[in-house]
Design a binder for this molecule. Structure first.
Ligand code: MN
Length: 242
């Protein structure tokens, strides 16, 4: 049996003491383990020129977008908010080119946290650059509890792909200070926090497989089989589509 290849665009770390500040390309280990447990073969991509996106996408069967820096506000024509954290415009540009190419080649996308926010901005949606701008905020979205522990609940559309995994309500972890404000037209919200922020969306176009979550399943999957199932379902889709 052939295993599908899953591409994970990596992040870059600068100023790490252990490497005397030498820049390091990486992805969090949880993504690797989620894909490997699902019988996929993970590939970590370095941030590269957007013009090379098709070379990367040609090699893979599914695209997994990881968390990381804030999405650049300039992508939605906004000035940086006072509470904006570090951005990486080169990563934004490369990942947007990968998304475009993955969709052109009908390869499934699973987007986590920043990946979800970038997709939304790319397709014309907007973000709260910082949750302090969200007037109905009443849930802690930057949890202090250990990362593998769910902290806030989400309500899900039971008919959605996420709803079929997690049911109508589920406890998820939460590490975001930005969130979706206006959702892009291409997507359908399928999961919400109790203070009504969008915690998950899927593509409206059923020919195109996009599943996006605001939480971090890669940090919970060792203890929580439903979090692993998110990766397993994604790898299965990738193996069908090639
Ligand atoms: Mn949250």
């Amino acid at each position: 049996m052939t295993k599908p290849f899953i591409g994970i665009p990596g992040n870059i770390l600068r100023g790490l003491n252990e490497t005397q500040g030498l820049p390091i390309t990486y992805t969090p280990q949880g993504f690797i383990e989620g894909i490997q447990t699902a019988n996929g073969v993970p590939f970590v991509f370095p941030i590269s020129s957007p013009e090379d996106a098709s070379y990367y996408i040609d090699q893979i069967d599914g695209l997994l977008l990881a968390g990381g820096q804030d999405v650049s506000p300039s992508l939605s024509g906004e000035e940086p908010h006072l509470k904006l954290q570090a951005t990486e415009p080169a990563r934004d540009a490369f990942e947007m080119a990968l998304i475009k190419e993955a969709l052109a080649q009908h390869k499934p996308i699973l987007a986590i946290c920043r990946g979800m926010q970038l997709l939304n901005v790319m397709y014309g949606g907007t973000l709260y650059q910082d949750l302090s701008d969200y007037t109905d905020l009443s849930v802690q979205h930057l949890q202090q509890t250990y990362f593998s522990t769910g902290s806030h609940s989400v309500t899900l559309d039971p008919k959605s792909q996420l709803g079929r995994i997690f049911g109508e309500s589920y406890l998820v972890n939460s590490y975001h200070h930005q969130a979706i404000n206006v959702l892009a037209d291409s997507f359908q919200a399928v999961a919400w926090s109790k203070d009504n922020l969008i915690e998950g969306f899927e593509s409206k176009d059923t020919e195109q497989s996009i599943v996006a979550v605001q939480w971090h399943p890669e940090l919970m999957l060792k203890e929580d089989t439903k979090m692993q199932r998110l990766f397993t379902d994604f790898v299965k889709k990738a193996s069908i589509s090639y």
